[in-house]
Design a binder for this molecule. Structure first.
Ligand SMILES: [Zn+2]
Length: 301
């Protein structure tokens, strides 16, 4: 059985499908993650309904309603509301150009600072999306990939009491020495594996460094799939079926655990396909990443 810390659940009427997916994928417990929405604020109510229906199985990461930033100078109030509604964590998506543009809000704003401080006081981890795959960014400043990473690292270092989980290995699978340096600088930082597609090639091509990295930070890596359940009428986020979500989990698991000479098909279109060698990590390391590291976020659940 596994714990998946990163499943977007944004459609309350797909709850039965979520349960079926968890049963098929062997997911014992999951972090259900909301998303921000320009029109309705967020999808927190779907997440809340799910964790109230199965509190032993699910915890919720709620989103701020960014529309309230116009009238409230400090995001702390919203984080306290989330806490009182039973959410265990906070989700922020502001670390990339599209989100910053859409919500007209910078992650360095005093509004977000208030939210991050409140999250620390309430012991709520913050699942933070910083950057995107490097090939999505211009090569020239100011909007380069490395600039977004620097902004994220600077923000995290300003809130040492807040626990951060950055999704997608911080998009630094192609820069593991930099990522190691960041992990050493920020003891309050965890990474998740969601959803994996882009990172297989850089990890596989530097297999020894990748294996060392996973072994070294085995206590601070979390399995996340980025599986997503939205309503068909939502066009801002992709709607993936159970089968696609399931394939993602199987692929991450297989990549971490399969033997040295086993291979997987590269799923990232930007890489042009091809076969990749798996990491062959020890069982004890895999158990931490796919299950026990997440335990601390489920306490009192
Ligand atoms: Zn996500």
């Amino acid at each position: 059985m596994i714990t998946d810390i990163h499943i977007h659940f944004c459609a309350a009427d797909r709850f039965d499908e979520l349960l079926q997916f968890c049963a098929e994928a062997g997911i014992n417990r999951a972090g259900l993650v909301s998303l921000p929405d320009k029109k309705n604020g967020n999808f927190n109510s779907a997440v809340q309904k799910a964790f109230k229906s199965a509190p032993e199985k699910f915890i919720g990461f709620g989103c701020l309603d960014h529309r309230r930033e116009r009238t409230e100078k400090n995001g702390a109030m919203q984080v306290e509301e989330l806490y009182n509604e039973g959410f265990k964590g906070l989700k922020l998506l502001l670390g990339k150009p599209a989100a910053e543009d859409e919500f007209k809000l910078e992650m360095e704003s005093s509004y977000i600072a208030g939210a991050l401080k409140a999250a620390a006081n309430l012991n709520m981890p913050v699942l933070f999306h910083i950057a995107d795959p490097p090939d999505h960014f211009p090569k020239q400043p100011p909007g380069t990939f490395s600039r977004w990473i620097e902004r994220g690292v600077e923000l995290f270092s300003n809130f040492p009491e807040t626990t951060f989980i950055t999704a997608h290995l911080l998009f630094l699978a192609g820069g593991l020495s930099n990522l190691s340096r960041i992990m050493e600088t920020l003891p309050n930082l965890y990474l998740d594996t969601a959803p994996g597609r882009w990172f297989y090639r850089p990890l596989s091509e530097n297999k020894d460094a990748a294996t060392n990295f996973f072994n070294c930070y085995a206590d601070r890596l979390l399995l996340g799939s980025d599986s997503i359940f939205v309503s068909p009428d939502i066009t801002t986020y992709p709607m993936l079926g159970i089968e696609e979500n399931n394939r993602t989990i199987r692929r991450i698991n297989r990549f971490l655990s399969a033997g040295e000479h086993e291979i997987i098909d590269d799923p990232y279109p930007g890489n042009g396909g091809g076969w990749l060698a798996c990491l062959n990590l020890d069982k004890a390391v895999i158990k931490k990443i796919t299950r026990t590291n997440a335990d601390r976020f489920f306490k009192d659940a």
